[in-house]
Design a protein around this ligand. Sequence first.
Ligand SMILES: C=C1C[C@]23C[C@@]1(O)CC[C@H]2[C@@]12CC[C@H](O)[C@@](C)(C(=O)O1)[C@H]2[C@@H]3C(=O)O
Ligand SMILES: O=C(O)CCC(=O)C(=O)O
Ligand SMILES: [Fe+2]
Length: 350
Amino acid sequence: MVVSQPALNQFLTCKQTTTKFTGIPEVDLSKPEAKALIVKACQEFGFFKLVNHGVPLDCMVNLENEAFKFFNQTQSEKAKAGPPDPFGYGSVRIGSKGDLGWIEYILLNINPDIISSQSLLIFRENPELFRCAVEEYISEMKRVCYQVLELMADGLEIEPRDVLSKLPRNEKSDCCFRMNHYPPCPEAIAAKGRHLIGFGEHTDPHIISVLRSNNTSGLQISLRDGTWVSVPTDHTSFFIIAGDSLQVLTNGRFKSVKHRVLAGTSKSRVSMIYFAGPPLSEKIAPLPCLMRKEEENLYKEFTWSEYKKAAYKSRLADNRLCLFEKSSTPPNQLNKMRETDQNAQVKKVF
Ligand SMILES: C=C1C[C@]23C[C@@]1(O)CC[C@H]2[C@@]12CC[C@H](O)[C@@](C)(C(=O)O1)[C@H]2[C@@H]3C(=O)O
Ligand SMILES: O=C(O)CCC(=O)C(=O)O
Ligand SMILES: [Fe+2]
């Protein structure tokens, strides 16, 4: 990755916090207590580690190697699949609102109905092996994701058990897949005990994200009291991240977790994340089967398409959900956003 413009001093840094946190909840998919542990972890952290998931290590390492082959190409080769639209190859710039990070990445849309020419270019310029490795990995991700969402429904004691999993399972579901590469940066530990940011703090907009990385640290999550802690790496496991949509579907019982990635000084980090989303036209609202008698719905009505549009107009660190919270949005702000959208040119990805 070539970083000349913008210069390193324009990148975000954060206060050095390297406390390795030993309290990340662990869920063993093969154990009967998995459903209860998933619910507890989502309430307390919005985050947990998944073990005994049944995905062969070969499948993960195979894709990791293909991703390295892609990222090891020259900048001009990689740039043929960019800039991201938002899909395709990108480097340094995250989103379209000026966020910078010590990162390069590939963002792919999973549903072929939502065409993106940039994501197709990734595979036109690269060997068939890469495409096969991605396809094999994604089919495993779908299985894991549906299983986790079904156990979540069991743990919440709601029915039918596919009430959550049917959203990403739908043939029109809007899921995406991202491979991030954080090259080592010898200057990552900046002056005055500060640290260079690879991927700035944010919550994921989707329902859940399934993350796997190589054995290079960097991922941090924010605990409920606002403390940032480092997640110990484990290249054989997955980390499940609760997204904003899950927060709404559970009427705030589960909270989406703020997370970020710090750049490293000596080793490359490669992460692969599957983002499970609903169909674009799906209404995102608290599940009626979960609501207690007279429980107040905390959110305004919106579709995933509306949420995604709002998300893509926001900065990484923005609280995107507050626009849709009944308690915090001035009544006509959401309508104003909808009007602006109707007048704006519709972007092909939505
Ligand atoms: C700054 C941005 C990048 C992002 C779209 C956004 O405007 C705000 C949310 C960001 C995020 C975070 C999770 C996923 O990595 C992602 C693909 C998503 O759906 O929302 C990214 C977006 C992106 O990189 O384009
Ligand atoms: O690279 C990582 O470990 C996390 C990246 C992430 O949070 C994202 O892509 O949304
Ligand atoms: Fe994320």
